[in-house]
Ligand binder design. Structure first.
Ligand SMILES: [Zn+2]
Length: 279
């Protein structure tokens, strides 16, 4: 097993709100201020109003490769009645009746990268809980996949910024405000999602948990989003998992969540089969 250790000594050199100007038009910049204050992640509007938003292409600063960005919005049940979006179709459902999908077949982590979390929140969740629980949820996916997918985490007090224009080389998690109606959380993943599957890969992920429109709980309280329930789902995206067919109600990767729900904390058969196949 892998030990996720708080590495306070890891020096995170974060490029905040200062990424290189993108050549892409029509993409808005994330607007963030200090943790604990009003921070809004503004995403471009998806052409088809799907919960998967294309962020266009950019250069990965670490590899120099051209990569594509996608933002996967996790909506509360009542806000979205659109048909199944295209990501699961594009990624494939796997064989037979398997309840899983990939962001794109073969698009997975090929190197282990560390991650940073700003545990600051207005939800009365302790920093140690926010970090430890998140690390434990990463472990669930790694155990199911039989692979070391994610590196070590570090708690930071730096203002983090989910990267909507180009990756910055840091995998970031924080509480904020997602400027899309009904969005509980958003995970942004940068990678190569097309071309031969063997040449596909993931290069960065960022995650924003909306604490402005939703309250959060450590214990599955009614009227609040359960932190472990939601983050376990989002981590699936960070590992390369998509949303399965809408008939797969019991999967962690089922695309909707609701107040008080805790069943996504534990990976279901389809989640496990999918991550095992991907890795
Ligand atoms: Zn999702």
């Amino acid at each position: 097993m892998f030990n996720k250790i708080i590495s306070g000594s890891i020096a995170l050199s974060l490029v905040l709100l200062a990424g290189p100007a993108s050549a892409m038009p029509n993409h808005q910049t994330a607007e963030l201020s200090a943790p604990g204050t009003n921070r809004v992640l503004t995403l471009p509007t998806a052409a088809d109003n799907s919960p998967v938003i294309s962020l266009g292409t950019a250069i990965d600063p670490q590899s120099g490769k051209v990569v594509e960005g996608i933002a996967i919005v996790h909506p509360k049940k009542t806000y979205d009645h659109k048909p199944q979006h295209d990501a699961a179709k594009a990624g494939g459902k796997g064989g037979g009746s398997s309840c899983y999908a990939f962001l794109a077949n073969g698009a997975k982590w090929k190197s282990v990268e560390n991650w940073a979390i700003n545990t600051n929140n207005n939800e009365n969740l302790t920093g140690s809980f926010v970090f430890d629980n998140f690390a434990a949820s990463l472990d669930k996916w790694e155990t199911a996949g039989g692979a070391n997918i994610f590196g070590n985490g570090a708690v930071t007090s730096d203002v983090l910024s989910a990267d909507t224009e180009s990756p910055d080389g840091v995998n970031e998690v924080y509480f904020g405000d997602v400027g899309s109606q009904g969005a509980i959380a958003v995970t942004i993943v940068w990678g190569i999602f097309s071309g031969p599957p063997f040449a596909r890969e993931l290069v960065e992920w960022d995650m924003v948990l909306d604490e402005v429109d939703f309250d959060w709980s450590a214990t599955g309280e009614a009227g609040k989003m359960d932190y472990e329930n939601i983050t376990t789902h989002e981590i699936g995206h960070a590992a390369g998992m998509g949303h399965p067919d809408d008939s797969c109600l019991e999967e962690t990767m089922y695309r909707f969540a609701d107040y008080g729900e805790t069943k996504k904390r534990d990976l279901n058969a389809g989640d496990i089969a999918g991550i095992d196949k991907l890795y």
